[in-house]
Design a protein around this ligand. Structure first.
Ligand SMILES: *[C@@H]1O[C@H](CO)[C@@H](O)[C@H](O)[C@H]1NC(C)=O
Ligand SMILES: *[C@@H]1O[C@H](CO)[C@@H](O)[C@H](O)[C@H]1NC(C)=O
Ligand SMILES: *[C@@H]1O[C@H](CO)[C@@H](O)[C@H](O)[C@H]1NC(C)=O
Ligand SMILES: *[C@@H]1O[C@H](CO)[C@@H](O)[C@H](O)[C@H]1NC(C)=O
Ligand SMILES: *[C@@H]1O[C@H](CO)[C@@H](O)[C@H](O)[C@H]1NC(C)=O
Ligand SMILES: *[C@@H]1O[C@H](CO)[C@@H](O)[C@H](O)[C@H]1NC(C)=O
Length: 390
């Protein structure tokens, strides 16, 4: 069947609605200190096609929700929007059952370009430059799901709506909030933002959220995690490895006692990340084939610069399997403070991705480097082969 469709120049992915095997639950967890194989399902089937990968991606998303990030709720039962008279405040009111919440995002339209405009959605204020022909949308994610300490568990607008016992971690709650911003943009064309040309960004803790949002929300065209470290671009296993080699970096064990970025369930893995049936190279893989540019800071050991470099190097193999290697970039530069984007040196890397994924320009996005000669030994941590997915 496939070969016939291939002869006709059709792909199975587009020929039929996607039917995937039921999602796994209560799988047998196995210890492994190397990075898990993205291309083998929990039932042991090898992924060979893009159609199979899209099912595997659903499986991975379910596993991330079950063991690390908590459940991402469905769409709300209804959603109302209103735009302020000056056009800069978009107010969103989702309803779930008999509960509603209201939040407002701040919109700054670009000074050049043509509507509907592309936009960068930022958690907190944007800490990267945004070109004059791209809008910015500022989302107060910390109000939506608080992130002060462990006492923030279940606190914020998201939990007012879904109940304080919702399993979603703060990062998952923010992703849900971003999805509702996109719903709102889709149904409110007078905002003059193109909901098909959106980026998500945030730095540090908010960078963790940016990567998770890009992984969970397929309508995001470009994902820009900045200096996100553990829980973001770093891999749990690689950060543990760094710590074991006396490099004081943030690990799962530390993070679960610091804040509510991960779910309560994740605590079970904090001292044994080897049992996780995934790692964050696969979180990057969930963003694929869409645009992803990881911005890092090679100076801050706490962020696990080697862990992030290795993790994203492994993650890029998923882009390679899909035949879109250059859709993912990694740019790591030091000599600047945390979340202070070095405009003079890193802007070209970032702007290439804006041009290609938000402005539809044909530019090269062959960006994958760190400025401090970090190396990653694939033979030590990657024990799987990269298929060429048909
Ligand atoms: C995994 O390895 C750790 C450390 O060696 C050990 O304590 C734990 O019991 C193992 N768990 C399983 C399920 O094999
Ligand atoms: C737009 O109007 C809102 C009140 O509706 C106000 O809070 C906000 O400051 C105004 N923004 C600008 C950029 O004028
Ligand atoms: C939006 O702008 C208003 C003032 O215009 C400000 O009070 C509010 O904090 C801003 N919200 C965000 C999410 O930045
Ligand atoms: C949340 O869970 C606690 C502990 O199980 C329970 O006492 C409480 O009633 C639950 N709250 C809601 C709103 O379901
Ligand atoms: C991890 O192990 C440390 C040291 O034994 C312990 O103090 C900590 O409570 C453990 N963390 C979790 C979440 O179990
Ligand atoms: C960082 O800045 C110092 C002083 O300006 C310079 O000597 C050094 O080469 C820079 N290092 C990197 C990696 O750019």
């Amino acid at each position: 069947m496939r070969s016939l469709l291939a002869l006709l120049g059709l792909s199975v992915v587009y020929a039929f609605p996607q039917r995937c095997p039921p999602l796994p639950h209560d799988i047998a967890l196995r210890n492994g200190s190397t990075l898990p194989d993205p291309f083998t399902t929990v039932r042991g089937q090898r992924v060979q096609s893009k159609a199979q990968w899209s099912c595997r991606a659903k499986e991975l998303s379910a596993l991330f929700q079950e063991y690390e990030l908590g459940t991402l709720p469905d769409r709300p039962s209804s959603l109302k929007t209103s735009l302020s008279a000056n056009g800069s405040g978009l107010t969103i009111t989702p309803t779930v059952g008999d509960r509603s919440i209201t939040y407002t995002v701040n919109i700054t339209l670009p000074t050049t370009g043509k509507a509907p405009f592309p936009a960068v959605i930022a958690f907190g204020a944007p800490s990267i430059p945004v070109p004059s022909n791209i809008a910015t949308i500022v989302f107060d994610n910390s109000e939506f799901a608080q992130q002060d300490s462990l006492a923030s568990r279940g606190q914020g607008l998201f939990y007012d709506l879904h109940g304080p016992n919702a399993t979603a971690s703060a990062l998952t709650a923010w992703a849900w909030g971003v999805s509702r911003i996109i719903d709102a943009l889709e149904k409110t064309p007078q905002v003059r933002i193109n909901p098909r040309r959106l980026a998500i960004t945030g730095c540090s803790r908010n960078g963790k959220g940016a990567l998770v949002t890009g992984a969970f929300e397929p309508r995001i065209a470009l994902t820009i995690p900045q200096e996100s470290g553990s829980g973001g671009a770093a891999c749990w296993r690689l950060s543990d490895y760094q710590l074991a080699h006396n490099e004081i970096t943030q690990t799962a064990s530390e993070i679960v006692d610091e804040n509510v970025w991960e779910s309560v369930e994740f605590r079970k893995f904090a001292n044994n990340t080897d049992l996780l049936p995934f790692d964050h190279h696969e979180l990057a893989g969930l963003v694929a084939p869409r645009g992803l540019i990881v911005i890092d800071n090679s100076d801050y050991l706490w962020l696990g610069p080697w862990s992030s470099w290795g993790c994203m190097s492994a993650g890029r193999l998923i882009y390679e399997a899909l035949g879109v290697t250059s859709n993912m970039g990694y740019s790591s530069i030091g000599n600047h403070s945390h979340c202070q984007f070095p405009v003079d040196r890193q802007t070209p890397d970032l702007y290439a991705f804006y041009s290609r994924f938000l402005l539809d320009e044909h530019v090269e996005t062959d960006v994958f480097y760190n400025s401090v000669d970090l190396t990653f030994d694939y033979s030590r941590f990657v024990k799987w082969k990269v298929p060429r997915l048909y």
